[in-house]
Design a protein around this ligand. Sequence first.
Ligand SMILES: Nc1nc2c(c(=O)[nH]1)N[C@H]1C(S)=C(S)[C@@H](COP(=O)(O)OP(=O)(O)OC[C@H]3O[C@@H](n4cnc5c(=O)[nH]c(N)nc54)[C@H](O)[C@@H]3O)O[C@H]1N2
Ligand SMILES: Nc1nc2c(c(=O)[nH]1)N[C@H]1C(S)=C(S)[C@@H](COP(=O)(O)OP(=O)(O)OC[C@H]3O[C@@H](n4cnc5c(=O)[nH]c(N)nc54)[C@H](O)[C@@H]3O)O[C@H]1N2
Ligand code: SF4
Ligand SMILES: [Mo]
Length: 761
Amino acid sequence: MEVGAPGKAAAGVKGVLVSLQRSLQQMGVARSVKTLPLLNQTGGFDCPGCAWPDPRESDGDTRKMAEFCENGAKAVAEEATTRTVGADFFARHPVSELARRSDYWLGQQGRLTQPMILHEGTDHYRPISWDGAFDVVAGELGRLDTPNEAAFYTSGRTSNEAAFLYQLMVRSFGTNNLPDCSNMCHESSGSALSETIGVGKGSVSLPDVESADLVLVVGQNPGTNHPRMLSSLEKVKQRGGSVVAVNPLPETGLMRFKNPQNLRGVVGDGTALADEFAQIRVGGDLVLFKTLGALLLRAEDAAPGTVLDHDFLEEHTHGFAPFAEQAREIDWQRVEVVTGLERRQIERIADMLAGSQRTIVCWAMGLTQHKQAVPTIREIVNVLLLRGMIGKPGAGVCPVRGHSNVQGDRTMGIWEKMPESFLSALDGEFGITSPREHGFDTVDTLRAMHAGRCRAFLGMGGNFLAATPDTEATESALRGCELTVQVSTKLNRSHVVPGRTALILPTLGRTERDTQASGDQFVTVEDSMSVVHGSRGRLRPVSSHLLSEVAIISRLARRVLGSEHPVAWESFERDYDRIREHIARVVPGCADYNERVRHPDGFVLPHPPRDSRTFPTATGRANFTVNTPEPIEVPEGRLLLQTLRSHDQYNTTIYGLSDRYRGIEDGRRVVLVNMTDITELGFSDGEVVDLVSEWPDGDGNVERRRAEAFRIVSYSTPRRCAAAYYPEANPLVPLDAVADESNTPVSKAVVVGLERRPDRR
Ligand SMILES: Nc1nc2c(c(=O)[nH]1)N[C@H]1C(S)=C(S)[C@@H](COP(=O)(O)OP(=O)(O)OC[C@H]3O[C@@H](n4cnc5c(=O)[nH]c(N)nc54)[C@H](O)[C@@H]3O)O[C@H]1N2
Ligand SMILES: Nc1nc2c(c(=O)[nH]1)N[C@H]1C(S)=C(S)[C@@H](COP(=O)(O)OP(=O)(O)OC[C@H]3O[C@@H](n4cnc5c(=O)[nH]c(N)nc54)[C@H](O)[C@@H]3O)O[C@H]1N2
Ligand code: SF4
Ligand SMILES: [Mo]
C-alpha cells in the first residue's frame, strides 16, 4: 500500500486516461469504441453508474460527444467486460475457497454466463437449466408456511419494467417483503421530505442547479460518486454563484475541478469550487442547520421584512409560529463543540443564505446514514422554507440519489409499505388482491432471518451480504435460509455465503442488446431529478444463456403462481410495451407512458411542490418541524467512524485499488485519523491496528465487533472523527444501530477504538 498527498483537483486529463485504460483492459479496443459513444446519448444506454441526470434538449441544453465521467466509464467497463465466469470456473473453485477471496478478486473474474445451483452439503456450484432453476425456486417457496417467510430484495439498477413486474409477482405471491438498497441509502430523505413537503423526492431540475446562486453540498462527495455534478457546480461558479461544502473531509472534488471538456481544465488550473469549506464533525449537521435557521430569524428581527419570505410563509407553510418560538436560541459554546466549526464561519454561511435569491441544498449519505438523519433533513427544509426556497427556479431540495434507477424502482412500487392508492390501482388493473400488511425492509429482513421468520431470499441484483451491516451476523442469517437466489451480472460475496440451497441466475446488463420475440427491446429508468427516459443496450450479450430481468421474472412468476393466475405473464417478455401499458394505468404520473418515453428526452414526472407550490402533506402545506438534537456519546479514547467509498469502487464492487484523490494506492484497509488523535491515543501513522466497535446492548452490556488489520493514515479530519472504506468496515456496524423513523443503518457514526494487534509491535 502507498500513501501520498491527497489530490489538488478532480477529473482533468488523468481522469480521461484512467477511463480509457480501464475500458481497454476490460473490453478491448473494438468493444470500447462501440460502447462509450452510446453512453448517456439519445438512443443509447443509460449509464449504469449513478443517478445524476443528463442534459436535455427540452431545457435548451445539448449533449456533448462524451457525456460521461471517469467513473461512468469504469461502471461500463465493469459490466461490458469480455471476461467470463462459466461452469468450468465453478468446477475449479469450490465455494469454500471463493469465500476466502477478496471482493475485488471476485468481481474481476468476469460476467456470470449460465444458471448455477449449489445443492445442500456440496461445495461446488453446478450448471442447471433455467426451467430447472425456476422449479427449485417454486418448490422452495411453495414449502414455506406463509408467503411472509420470503424476502425479495432489489438493488437500484433494475429497470422500471423489471421492477414493476417484480413487485407485481411478489404481491401476487402474497407478501410486501420488498427490502431494497434504498432502505440503506436515501430512505431518510424520503421520510423527511414526505412529511415536510409531501413528496419524498428532490424538487429541482438540472437547469435549476445550474442557475442557482448558492449551492450547499452537504455530506456528499460528488467528485467520486456523482462526477458530472462537478460540471454543474462549475457553471454555478462561472455564473457568479457560490458553493458551500459541508464535510468532515476536504474532498478533492469539492475543492477544485478540471473539466476535461474545456481548455482551462486541460492545461489550466481548473475551477475552484467551494467558497466555504465547513469541516464539520461527523454528525454535527442538525446543530449546524438549527443554528443557520436561528441566525436567519435573528437577521429578520434586526431588519424586519428583509430576510424571511413572508408571502410564502403565510400562503404555503404550516407550523411557523411554534418553530420560530424555539428556534432563535443559540448556545455558541455547544454549537462549536458539536459541529467543530467556528462561529464566524457559520455566520458567514448564514449571510450567504440571507443574501441568496436562489438556494439549493444537495446531500447524500453523509446525512442519511445517521441516527438523527430524518430530523437533520427536516431541519434543512426548515431553513429553505424560511426564505421560500422551494418551488421556484434555481431553488429547492436535492437529495442526490445513488444507483442509476433507485428512484425509478420506488416509483414502480418497490417498497415494503406502498400506499393504499397504489395497491388498489394494482389490484384493479390485474384482478389480484395485494396484501396490505407492511413488509420487511432491509434491517427487518435480517432480524426476521435471525428469528427464523424469513427462510427464503431472492435478490434482484445487488450484493445483500456485503451491503448490509453487521457482516458476521448477516452471514449466519443467510446461511440459515432454506434458499438464497441471486439474479446477478457479476460474481460477488452474496454468492459464496449460500443458504441450504443457492442459485445464481445470470442476467443481461444494460449495455447489452435485449432481443425478444417481437424484436429488440429497450427499458426505462428515472434519474435523481424525476426524468424518465429510455435505455437501449447495443452490445452482443456476453453469453447466449443469459435472460433479461424481465424474462426471468415473467417465467418465474408463471412457475410460482401457476397457469391460472390472472396476470398475462407470457405477454410481457415478448414485448415490453405490454408492461408499459400497465405502468401507464397503475403508476401515478405515467399516463401515455409508451409514447412519452419514446421522446428523445423522455419526460418529467409530476412533483407538486416543484411544479405549483402545492404540498400534498397531511396539512396541505409545507410543514415546519421542531427537531431536538441528541448528542452522540463518544467515550474517552474512542473515535467516531464513518464508512465511505473510495474513488475506485461502486458500492460493493471494487473496480481497483486507487483512491487517488485521497492519496491512497494499492490497498483499502485504511483508517483515516487526525494526527493529534493518533498521537494522543498512543499510536503512530502507518501502524496496523484492529478496529473494535462498541455498542450498548440495552442490558447494560457492551457488544464488541472487530475488523482486523487497518493501516492508520494521518488525514485531515476533525478531532475524534475517523473514516474507513465500506464494505470492509461493515462488520463493525451493529444491526440495531438504525436511524429513527427511516430504519436506515447508521453507517456514518460508529463508535470505535483502535487496538494494537497481538502479532505486531
Ligand atoms: N463511483 C461511484 N459512484 C457512486 C457510488 C459508488 O460507490 N462509486 N455509489 C452510488 C450510491 S448507491 C450512492 S448512495 C452515492 C453515495 O454518494 P456519497 O454520499 O457521496 O458517498 P459516500 O462515499 O458514502 O460519501 C459520503 C460523504 O459524506 C461525508 N460525511 C460523512 N459523515 C458526514 C457527516 O456527519 N456530515 C457531513 N456533512 N458529511 C459527512 C463523507 O466525508 C463523504 O464525503 O453514490 C453513488 N455513486
Ligand atoms: N457501511 C456502509 N454500508 C453501506 C453503505 C455505506 O455508505 N456504508 N451504503 C449503502 C448504500 S447507499 C447502498 S445503495 C447499498 C448498496 O447495496 P447493493 O445495491 O446491494 O450493492 P451493489 O454493490 O450496488 O451491488 C452490486 C451487484 O449488483 C449486481 N448487478 C450489477 N448490475 C446489475 C444488473 O443490471 N442487474 C442485476 N440483476 N444485477 C446487477 C452485480 O452482480 C454486483 O455484484 O449499500 C449500503 N451499505
Ligand atoms: S455522473 Fe454518474 S451517471 Fe453520469 S456518467 Fe458519471 S457515473 Fe454515469
Ligand atoms: Mo446508495
